[in-house]
Ligand binder design. Structure first.
Ligand SMILES: NC(=O)c1ccc[n+]([C@@H]2O[C@H](COP(=O)([O-])OP(=O)(O)OC[C@H]3O[C@@H](n4cnc5c(N)ncnc54)[C@H](OP(=O)(O)O)[C@@H]3O)[C@@H](O)[C@H]2O)c1
Length: 294
């Protein structure tokens, strides 16, 4: 069943596609990436997460956005796909740095509009707060972009509950994207998932199958592997199905650079784990709020 993208009224498939692995180090060629995006759409996905900085370095800014825009024009249902992008980071010499200055956000958004071949971005997310720039100034830039009709909805990423609340005093926040998976459950313990659920803000867990740093640990976890074999699925599909059960506002965005992984992630929404398996997982991977998250 589809899920609501926060208060936007837009309904999307419960699992979206993360675009990052198709544009950073180790990326495949464009033909393979187009195949990944088309396989995701054929598998029912209709939401893609990207960012201007999903690229190799400063000269390559917008690589992932251009790739997605091109792939969507080649698919008969490409026009129905919701694309969410982000601004607020930079890639000097391939490093990842923050830049939340209003001028940067404004010009980054203009570049994303071009790269995505659109005159209004459905969901524009602040990639991360910049400690060098007052948060309200960064949010003010997004507010003005929204008023100018360049972006329809505003989202946040890499934020705390306090930062979400500060942003909400300036704009309507429809989504929050923080790192979250069955192994890294800090978004539960710090209260962000619970806050998003209470506010009907979509929570987009990134690295939902472990990301580069934890994908091996997740894919070979004994309990996930055992439950996966019971249901004749993969540990990654178990991890995605578990995430979906944690909150109705949860919309995981697993990344893929291989067609098989995009298909597998798209199919995870159909996995009904059943009460027994869910109880086993919840016991092994508790999601309580920590004292600091209350
Ligand atoms: N806001 C932020 O700061 C931030 C940070 C990181 C990521 N993100 C976003 O979140 C998305 C997801 O994060 P991520 O791509 O870093 O990590 P991820 O979703 O955990 O995926 C990591 C890798 O796991 C593999 N994989 C994915 N689905 C699989 C499946 N069903 N079965 C087996 N293997 C599977 C893919 O490998 P292959 O590449 O080999 O197919 C993928 O590259 C990104 O693409 C990006 O859009 C946002």
């Amino acid at each position: 069943m589809q899920r609501s993208l926060g208060s936007t009224g837009i309904m999307v498939n419960p699992i979206g596609l993360g675009g990052m692995p198709m544009s950073i180090v180790g990326r495949p060629d464009a033909t393979q990436s187009h195949g990944v995006i088309h396989a995701a759409i054929d598998g029912g996905m209709d939401f893609i997460d990207t960012a201007d900085v999903y690229c190799m370095n400063h000269e390559d800014i917008g690589h992932n956005e251009r790739l997605i825009a091109e792939a969507l024009t080649q698919h008969p249902r490409g026009g129905e796909v919701v694309v969410a992008t982000k601004g607020g980071l930079e890639r000097p010499n391939g490093q990842w740095t923050r830049n939340g200055h209003p001028d940067h956000l404004t010009s980054a958004c203009e570049a994303s509009l071009k790269a995505l071949r659109t005159d209004c971005i459905t969901l524009y997310q602040l990639h991360a707060p910049d400690p060098e720039v007052p948060f309200a100034e960064s949010m003010g830039a997004l507010q003005r972009l929204q008023e100018a009709g360049k972006i329809a909805h505003v989202g946040l990423s890499n934020v705390s509950v306090e930062q979400i609340q500060e942003a909400q005093s300036l704009v309507e926040v429809v989504s929050v994207q923080n790192r979250c998976n069955i192994i890294d459950r800090s978004a539960f313990s710090d209260g962000v998932v619970a806050y998003c659920e209470a506010q009907q803000i979509a929570f987009l867990p990134y690295c939902p199958v472990g990301g580069r740093g934890q994908k091996e640990a997740l894919g070979s976890h004994p309990l996930l592997t055992e439950i996966a074999s019971r249901f004749d699925v993969s540990p990654q599909q178990v991890a995605l199905a578990w995430l979906l059960k944690q909150s109705p506002v949860m919309i995981p965005i697993p990344g893929a650079s291989k067609v098989t992984n995009a298909i597998s992630s798209a199919q995870a929404q159909n996995l009904a784990l059943g009460l027994g398996a869910l109880m086993e997982l919840n016991q092994a991977f508790p999601t309580e709020l920590s004292d600091t998250g209350r």
